[in-house]
Design a protein around this ligand. Structure first.
Ligand code: PLP
Length: 298
């Protein structure tokens, strides 16, 4: 019931000289377009948590996140849409000026509870504060998040024609959902936005449902641009170029790095000639609002 506007997800085929040169087809699954407010993978990851909370008659949802978390913004919005109260446990002291994400979350009625970074490390212990709430992990990670993310590829017409699927990776929950719903011939490549987090592969394997018979995936660790939410002039320039050439908006935390990584892997022939690649655009464009005004041309 909560899943989007019944609007078909668009597959956006990119055309560029380098794709011609390397003879690769690159399509982008525009999850950023599924909803005007809650773009992308967070909506899918929340789906089965919300469904369970409603089925079990909870009236309040509580979850965790940072001041720039797409998950917090998405959770606040879907709770409001579903008529549920929401509580966000936010990492760090209450700021004098709220980030755009926090302003949005507050506007959707989320009650914000700030905790020190120290306390946040043991955040699960904070669940006693709201004993009657239905708790969702940070980022919607966990089994139900994976099951929700497994709905993503189901939306793709003729998904069998693709040889590769690429996607940005934070916790890996979304990638685990994609892996678990992929066809046996699909080669799945996650682009990590974290610096040197080599435990991701094992964590993703742990997230895969035991029924998943598809273990063929890899993580590219070379496209984090310095680490989580780090960026440089080259990345911003790349984003502006991608907008100009393809009218494709990307965010600097996740999707710009995923697209850049995908392009580099084509250029390095890690993704070989004649491949048909689907990049899942996981949304998250609200994150760009934390960049200085005028940085981006879109
Ligand atoms: C949260 C997020 C991700 C990472 O998803 P995981 O399931 O944690 O790997 C990727 N892209 C965007 C835009 C996100 O907001």
């Amino acid at each position: 019931m909560l899943l989007m506007n019944d609007k078909a997800v668009r597959v956006h085929s990119l055309h560029a000289p380098w794709l011609k040169e390397y003879e690769v087809q690159l399509d982008v699954l525009r999850l950023d377009e599924v909803h005007p407010v809650v773009s992308g993978n967070k909506w899918y990851k929340l789906h089965f948590y919300l469904q369970e909370a409603i089925a079990q008659n909870f009236d309040t949802i509580a979850t965790f996140g940072g001041a720039y978390s797409n998950h917090i913004a998405a959770a606040a919005y879907v709770c409001k849409a579903a008529g549920l109260q929401s509580i966000g446990i936010i990492r760090g002291e209450e700021p004098a000026i709220y980030s755009h994400t926090l302003q949005q979350a507050k506007a959707y009625g989320m009650q914000l509870h700030f905790v020190s970074r120290e306390k946040y490390k043991q955040k699960e212990a904070l669940q006693y504060l709201y004993p009657t709430a239905y708790w969702i992990n940070e980022g919607g990670s966990g089994e139900k998040g994976v099951a929700g993310a497994a709905l993503i590829l189901q939306q793709v017409p003729h998904v069998e024609k693709y040889t590769h699927v690429t996607c940005a990776v934070g916790t890996g929950t979304t990638l685990a959902g994609i892996i678990s719903s992929a066809l046996p011939h699909h080669i799945i490549i996650g682009i990590s936005v974290l610096k040197g987090d080599f435990s991701l592969e094992a964590e993703i394997k742990n997230l895969l449902p035991s029924s998943a018979n598809h273990q063929r995936f890899s993580i590219a660790h070379d496209y984090h641009f310095g680490g989580y939410a780090k960026y440089n002039a080259a990345l911003l320039e790349y984003m502006n170029k991608v907008w100009k050439v393809h009218q494709l908006p990307t965010d600097f935390v996740y999707t710009a790095k995923a697209l850049y990584g995908t392009e580099m892997m084509v250029r390095q022939k890690i993704i070989p000639q004649n491949s048909r690649v689907l990049m899942v655009h996981t949304g998250g464009l609200q994150g760009n609002l934390s960049l200085p005004a005028g940085t981006l041309t879109f």
